[in-house]
Design a protein around this ligand. Sequence first.
Ligand code: ZN
Length: 297
Amino acid sequence: MNADQADPDRADNGRADGEEPVVRYEVRGAAALITLNRPRYRNAQNSAMTYALDAAFERAVNDDDVRVIVLAGAGDHFCAGHDIGTPGRDAGVSFQRKAVLWWDHVDKAGADARYAREMEVYLGMCRRWREIPKPSIAMVHGACIAGGLMLAWVCDLIVASDDAFFADPVVRMGIPGVEYFAHPWVLGPRFAKEALFTGGRFSAQRAYELGMVNRVVPRAELAQTAFALADQIAKMPPFGLSLVKRAVNQCEDLMGMRPGMDSVFGLHHVAHAHNAETSADSLAGMDARSMKSAAEQ
Ligand code: ZN
């Protein structure tokens, strides 16, 4: 096993939490295992993690020995969502950008800054990762909330443990879903509305019934199942896999996903702007703690 961090030489593999890299990278057989590594904050995704993730995906794509990518979360949960309140929140920090052709958000104001940042770190990065030419498997356990859903959804397959749960509760902020608006395509329109209207959790089993998840297994069998699937896929010819991945993605986009997301991204930013004009900030003054307490009321 060859284990180390995503890219030791890059400043954007942030270490806001001390010595541990925010994303771990290792190779297991034909698979690259990329692990979200802020377990103390349930792997809340800050920009440092986003750019480290991007570097890890790029590394896996460029390594000919890697045939499949497995994305996992360290600790008790896959990912609690975007970082909206840990000490490592870094929404005002500039990083080396390459996902989309947009200017840096840091010296901009208002909708200009928000739109530029979210087009890059949320919508742009997610699209980039969805389109990498190697198959990817999300290995999900525990919480997979809001921005965590985006990370699972950009993977080609999802293997979940039976304790995994999913939710997009951002309507509590008055925002119509997370930036990567795949909900109607991965959940079906009817359940997408229920999940968004209520913000409630749904189980791995429910996600399986909806077709969002490929396999549900006991927690103890999660890694074994995901890597067995990776090994099976790795036997196929790489170029064939890249073409069939593109084929399905192109058809999904012909089913309206890409333009759908673009149109909803506008609604998303109307909501941010409305919040910024009428409340404490673009998130309606809410952070991780207030979102959690709202969910428990
Ligand atoms: Zn947003």
